[in-house]
Design a protein around this ligand. Structure first.
Ligand SMILES: Nc1nc2c(ncn2[C@@H]2O[C@H](COP(=O)(O)OP(=O)(O)OP(=O)(O)O)[C@@H](O)[C@H]2O)c(=O)[nH]1
Ligand SMILES: [Mg+2]
Length: 443
């Protein structure tokens, strides 16, 4: 069998169940590596024709029937991993799938580690690192918007934007390095001006990518919004309104909520976790005091706080709310105080009638840094944001060195290296381990 294996040590052949654990109509066992054809021959009696759905029986080494199903065979390099690979689509029961998997191992495969198929796709140049990460992001996407962004990254939009930045930097570096042989004073003003203009252009592009990435990172992580206030102001009612269903218990009794209640919701496709908490007040009831302690813990790790008050009622300031967290003041029960005008920057709502709720949702999105421009955003990870920030600070350092070409050139080199980490041109092994270790097995 002709082999398209990459040079270097021959990799193992890996196998895994690619469908989620449990029972299902169909279950898939996936095999990838140089021995895949041989394993197919042993398991299925033949190497199936490439890329054609072929119905075959799977047997163990003693010839005992394990299952029958549809097999797809992808010879290298035209597979997900770039290696010889096949997928056996059998009956989706744990016993059946495990017996097929064991037969693959008996025939020479080893069990795959989490993310190993995608790691191989990266190592074989099928995907760059940002694309490989977007595979996991697509699988984990918690909202439609997040899934769409992940898919765009998988198709290479994010990588293309980063590559475009790198290309501009390479051009600028070439220009600069050509000048390095001349003493600084002989590099004429024309060259310096040209370099400055180009640098400013790259810096502007970088800002744009960074902006879209920061927005996209909201889609990945979700925003934790904590509703806090004195008892009975309508915090739980507000949570129910935002969630669109009766999740939290609402009563006229002050001190109803004890445990913090978390509710995942979406506003315009942006995932949020809204947390209802026990009303803050001095209390001698031990249960209520424990609840209030939890409120304080939630407040400490909130991304955003909705500080709820009653419209038209005098109230003491909420000193318990930590300074420095994004905060929206919300005056509830507007229906009981018609004509009430909230202080500047605050919002008035009625959890009872729904008045002001749309404005509140928009305010939450705005405070989170989301602006619905309709433009595509990049579902960036913290790693990407850090690399973009590092690149930006090197470009800024370059801006400060228009007279010293060596330093100017060095900062450009560092900026380029930071960007290259995103797509994985230069990546340390431990980084790869960390990224792919978080995948599910079989992906
Ligand atoms: N009229 C009116 N009543 C409301 C509104 N929102 C809440 N209420 C009432 O206010 C009372 C308290 O509401 P909750 O949502 O339980 O208040 P809470 O802030 O969660 O109270 P604790 O959990 O005890 O801290 C209930 O009787 C609600 O029906 C509103 O917008 N208008
Ligand atoms: Mg409550």
């Amino acid at each position: 069998m002709p082999s398209a294996d990459p040079p270097g040590p021959t990799p193992d052949t890996i196998a895994a169940i690619a469908t989620p654990p449990g029972r299902g109509a169909i279950g898939i066992v996936r095999v990838s590596g140089p021995r895949a054809p041989e394993i197919a021959r042993r398991l299925l009696g033949r190497v199936p024709p490439p890329r054609v759905a072929t119905f075959l029986a799977a047997r163990d080494a003693r010839g005992e029937l394990l299952d029958e199903g549809v097999v797809l065979y992808f010879p290298a390099p035209h597979s997900y991993t770039g290696e010889h690979a096949f997928e056996f689509q059998g009956h989706g029961g744990p016993m059946v799938l495990h017996s097929v998997l064991s037969a693959c191992v008996d025939a020479g495969a080893r069990l795959a580690e989490p993310g190993e198929f995608t790691r191989r796709a990266f190592l074989n140049g099928k995907l760059d690192l940002a694309q490989a990460e977007s595979v996991a992001d697509l699988i984990d996407a918690a909202s439609r918007e997040a899934a769409r962004s992940a898919l765009r990254s998988l198709r290479g939009e994010f990588s293309a934007a980063v590559d475009a930045l790198v290309a501009q930097l390479v051009e600028l570096r070439a220009l600069t390095e050509a000048m390095l042989d001349f003493p600084d004073e002989e590099v004429d003003a024309l060259h310096r001006d040209d370099a400055a203009v180009r640098l400013a252009r790259v810096r502007g592009m970088l800002d744009e990518v960074h902006g879209k990435s920061r927005q996209g990172s909201l889609l990945r992580t979700g925003i934790h919004v904590v509703i806090a206030g004195r008892p009975n102001v309508g915090k739980s009612s507000l949570l129910n309104r935002l969630a669109g269903e009766e999740r939290a218990i609402v009563t006229p009794v002050a001190g109803t909520t004890r445990d913090a209640l978390r509710e995942p919701i979406q506003i315009e496709g942006v995932p949020l976790v809204v947390i209802d908490t026990a009303g803050l007040r001095p209390s001698s009831d031990p249960v209520e005091r424990l609840g209030i302690e939890r409120t304080q813990q939630e407040l400490a790790r909130a991304d955003m706080i909705l500080a709820v008050f009653e419209a038209g009622q005098a109230h003491a300031p909420l000193d318990e709310v930590p300074a420095g967290t994004d905060l929206i003041e919300v005056y509830n029960k507007l229906d009981l105080a018609p004509g009430f005008v909230p202080p500047a920057g605050a919002l008035a709502v009625s959890a009872k009638t729904g008045a002001g709720l749309d404005a509140l949702k928009q305010a939450i999105l705005k405070a989170a840094g989301w602006n619905a421009t309709g433009e595509s955003v990049f579902l960036a990870r913290a790693r990407h944001l850090q690399a973009l920030q590092r690149a930006a600070s090197h470009l800024d350092a370059a801006t400060r060195e228009p007279q010293r070409w060596e330093l100017f050139a060095e900062e450009l080199r560092l900026a380029q290296a930071a960007l290259a980490e995103i797509t994985g041109e230069f990546s340390a092994d431990d980084l790869l381990g960390e990224i792919f270790g978080r995948f599910c097995i079989g992906k």
